[in-house]
Design a binder for this molecule. Structure first.
Ligand SMILES: [Zn+2]
Length: 192
């Protein structure tokens, strides 16, 4: 997965301070993606998302890649807060794969000309006892669970739980989900 390195579009001091395993992207004042690093591309392709390849995303609005009104609203609030803040904002989130819980931390800060810089780093992983795939349901139905798009928790009987707790006796399972934001992630964002 070798692709043109477009990190040169970021300013040099930023690049030097970023560990190599960090996904980096930059938005312009209108929240269009203007730069991503090589790891973005590797991550996109490893997750079967060729639509996120570098040559596809540059110049596109970030919001185009965020599904669901609730998640879009969450991200819009984060972008607004980051532009107003005079400090770097940090948020922990999960970006799980079927076999791994991936604990991530995102760092957002304002750059020149109202641009926003994002650095998303993998903190640690834990293997899952069960392989869990998630399929986006077209609508909220009896079988579809609500999944927090930020911490990957699943709403089950009014509690937010790890997906594994809903699965027994299987090695691999696919859950139908619709995406939302859990109250914990919402209040973490609100308190930034
Ligand atoms: Zn959450």
């Amino acid at each position: 997965m070798e692709y043109p390195d477009i990190l040169h579009t970021l300013t040099k001091p930023d690049v030097e301070s970023i560990p190599s395993e960090t996904i980096v992207y930059k938005l312009d004042v209108d929240n269009n993606i203007v730069a991503v690093n090589r790891l973005w591309q590797s991550f996109a392709l490893a997750n079967n998302a060729p639509e996120l390849a570098i040559d596809q995303v540059i110049g596109k609005p970030l919001m185009q890649y965020i599904s669901g009104n609730i998640t879009k609203h969450f991200w819009q609030t984060l972008l607004d807060k980051a532009r107003l803040a005079n400090t770097v904002l940090h948020l922990d989130y999960r970006c799980d794969s079927p076999d791994l819980r991936r604990f991530m931390r995102i760092k957002v800060y304002r750059g020149d000309g109202e641009s926003l810089h994002f650095e998303s780093a993998l903190l640690r992983t834990e293997s899952r006892p069960v392989s869990i795939h998630f399929k986006r349901a077209q609508q909220r139905g009896a079988d579809a669970k609500v999944r927090c798009s930020f911490c990957n928790g699943i709403l089950h009987k009014s509690h937010w739980v790890e997906a594994e707790s809903l699965v027994t006796g299987q090695k691999s399972v696919t859950l139908d989900v619709i995406y939302g934001i859990c109250p914990v992630c919402q209040s973490t964002l609100d308190s930034l």
